[in-house]
Ligand binder design. Structure first.
Ligand code: NAD
Length: 426
């Protein structure tokens, strides 16, 4: 671990990795045209000038391009990781060395270091924060509640974080304004569905080299992420089984053509299990008992609590860690082997590179534009959870289409009138 000062305080694995990280950042940038446009304008207009920002995000090449954009806009930015296993150490090194952006993140860091890094980001005394899972804003609320008064807005990237922050709002415990980036159509419709869909399958394949064709893939949760993972697994030739607790979502999965059944039943027949619920202990002792020899179990939901690995540790006669990179074997007393991928953490970031840049282009253009919106509206924001303004979503989707070379029709005057009136009938 390289800790020290390189024009600033930072803590990354090794600064000599920077060259590889720089290339990776440049490669991702090629597929992030909307964010690049925001960066260019930010460079001229400096809408974030004088803002101290602390961002707790997955430290990936795509995040690096968001960081460059915020800094171009004038922000004084510090980054820390939002998951101990998602940091790309070369990218972290390049952010420090090539872009002079302080980063506190080392892939594989333990819980203490993870929280020490959040503390380091908070020591920056941010006036604006970004989170992917609400860990930074949670520490801020629990340990430094008086400092929440300094926060213009806190931007939250993922479903799990938004759920936590809405729970705080409902309990009257939210002390600063929050914007639910995840709930913007430009985020969850694309990032959660197509990003998680593709990169989760990518992570499983990289970890195991498995052939998906002919496998029974069990997906827990048919939300935005689950829909994406299910359709991609089907596309690779798997038979997909969905488990749900929400009748509407279960019905949707059934009518989309997937098998739907309770986990207790799915556990007996599945070859590969993927949780994407944002819930706790979705796969637990009773399910491990029922699983077939050789089953793979992984998670792509935000926290590593969806698969009850503690229970598995207790049940197993023997554990062989890293039997293959990203794969731990649990040998049961009855001779079965169950394989847990990526230690039950987000498999798409643990074993693969996370979402493709093209989809993060939209999520992070949303983040950047909402930071500008928050600065402009600082006077009217209150401690509650806000939606992303519609105008930002429309601007981003229009530009993304343009960057893909797609043009669409415009309403004629007659159509516009027809759609907004009630007098015209058959
Ligand atoms: N891997 C990634 O890169 C990535 C990206 C985006 C979001 N996420 C995370 O993935 C998780 C899911 O996000 P989403 O946007 O799909 O959420 P969502 O709310 O749209 O869907 C979650 C679904 O899980 C279902 N569910 C809850 N408990 C369940 C249980 N015990 N068994 C079966 N189903 C259950 C819910 O009914 C819901 O339909 C969140 O933790 C989110 O933060 C991960």
């Amino acid at each position: 671990m390289t800790k020290g000062r390189y024009l600033m305080d930072y803590e990354v694995k090794d600064l000599s990795l920077a060259e590889a990280g720089k290339k990776r950042i440049a490669w991702a940038d090629l597929d992030m045209p909307v964010l690049a446009m925001v960066r260019e304008r930010f460079g001229k207009e400096k809408p974030l000038a004088g803002r101290r920002m602390s961002a707790c995000l997955h430290i990936t090449a795509e995040t690096a391009n968001l960081a460059r954009t915020l800094v171009a806009g004038g922000a004084d930015l510090v980054l820390c990781a939002s998951n101990p296993l998602s940091t790309q150490d070369d990218v972290a090194a390049s952010l420090v060395k090539d872009f002079s952006i302080p980063v506190f993140a080392v892939r594989g860091e333990n819980r203490d270091t993870y929280y020490a890094h959040i503390e380091a980001a908070l020591a920056h005394r941010p006036t604006m924060t970004m989170d992917d899972g609400a860990d930074l804003v949670n520490v801020l609320h629990s340990k430094y509640p008086e400092r929440t008064r300094e926060i213009t807005a806190s931007l939250e990237e993922t479903t799990t974080g938004v759920l936590r922050l809405r729970a705080m709002e409902a309990a009257g415990a939210l002390l600063c304004p929050v914007v639910a980036i995840n709930d913007a159509a430009t985020k969850h419709l694309f990032d959660n569905r197509y990003g998680t869909g593709q990169s989760t399958i990518d992570g499983i394949i990289r970890a195991t080299d498995v052939l998906l064709a002919g496998k029974r893939v069990v997906i827990a949760g048919y939300g935005w992420c689950g829909r994406g993972v299910a359709s991609r697994a089907r596309g690779m030739g798997a038979t997909v089984i969905v488990t749900e607790v929400n009748p509407l979502r279960a019905l949707e999965a059934a009518m989309d053509g997937f098998w739907v059944m309770p986990m207790a039943q799915a556990a007996k027949v599945g070859d590969i299990f993927i949780t994407v619920t944002g819930d706790i202990r979705v796969i637990r002792e009773e399910h491990f008992r029922a699983m077939r020899n050789g089953a793979y179990v992984c998670n792509s939901g935000h926290f590593n609590v969806e698969v009850d690995i503690e229970a598995l540790e207790k049940m197993a006669a023997k554990k062989t860690a890293a039997i293959k990179e990203h794969v731990d074997e649990y040998k049961m007393g009855d001779g079965r082997s169950l394989f847990v991928l990526g230690e039950g953490r987000l498999i798409n970031l643990a074993a693969a590179h996370g979402h493709p840049a093209s989809v993060m282009d939209m999520s992070f253009a949303t983040q950047a534009l909402v930071s500008e919106y928050a600065v402009k509206n600082a006077d009217i924001l209150e401690p509650r959870v806000y939606e992303v303004p519609r105008s930002i979503e429309e601007w981003i989707s229009g530009l993304k289409l343009k960057s893909m070379g797609i043009s669409i029709d415009k309403l004629t005057d007659e159509q516009e009138k027809y759609l907004t009136s009630f007098e015209m009938g058959t």
